[in-house]
Design a protein around this ligand. Sequence first.
Ligand code: OFO
Length: 168
Amino acid sequence: MLKSRIEQELNKQLNKEFFSAYLYMSMAAYFQSVDLLGFANWITVQAKEEMLHAEKIYNFIHERNGKVVLEQLEKPQTEWDSPLAAFENSLSHEIFITDSINELVNIALEEKDHATNIFLQWFVTEQVEEESNATEIIRKIKLMKDAPGGMFLLDKELATRTLVVPAV
Ligand code: OFO
C-alpha cells in the first residue's frame, strides 16, 4: 500500500513523463517544419519512450494499490531557433527529470518505502542514458557546424532510430 505522500509524488512524476512526451512531439513537429525528417523520427521515438516511462509509473501506482490522478499538461514550447537549440532544450529538460527522480528517491528513503526506492532505480539508470543521448547529438551538431552536408548526414543517421521496448 502506498503512503499518500509517495502516491502524490509518483503522480507528479507521471505528469512530468507525459509532459516529456508532449515536449518531444512538439520538437518533432518543429523538425518536420524545417524538413529534418530524421531528427523528427529520432525525437518521435524519444516521445514514445517517454510514454513507456509514464506507463511504468502508472502501472506501479496501481500495483501498489494507489490511485492514478492525471493532471493538466503544460503547453510545450513550439519553436526553436535551431536544431542545436532544440537538443540543448532536450538536455536541460532531461537534467530536470534526473533531479526530479533523485528527489523522489530521497522521499522514498525518507518514508522507508523500499519497494518504491527499488522501482525508481530503473529510472535512475535510464536518466544516465537520457542525458548522454542528448549530449552526444549536441556534440555532433557542434562538430559538423561548418561542414557542408553535415546536417544531411546526421539527419540520415537519426532516421534509423527505432523504438526498443524495455524489459519490464
Ligand atoms: Fe522519461 O526520461 Fe526523458 O524525460
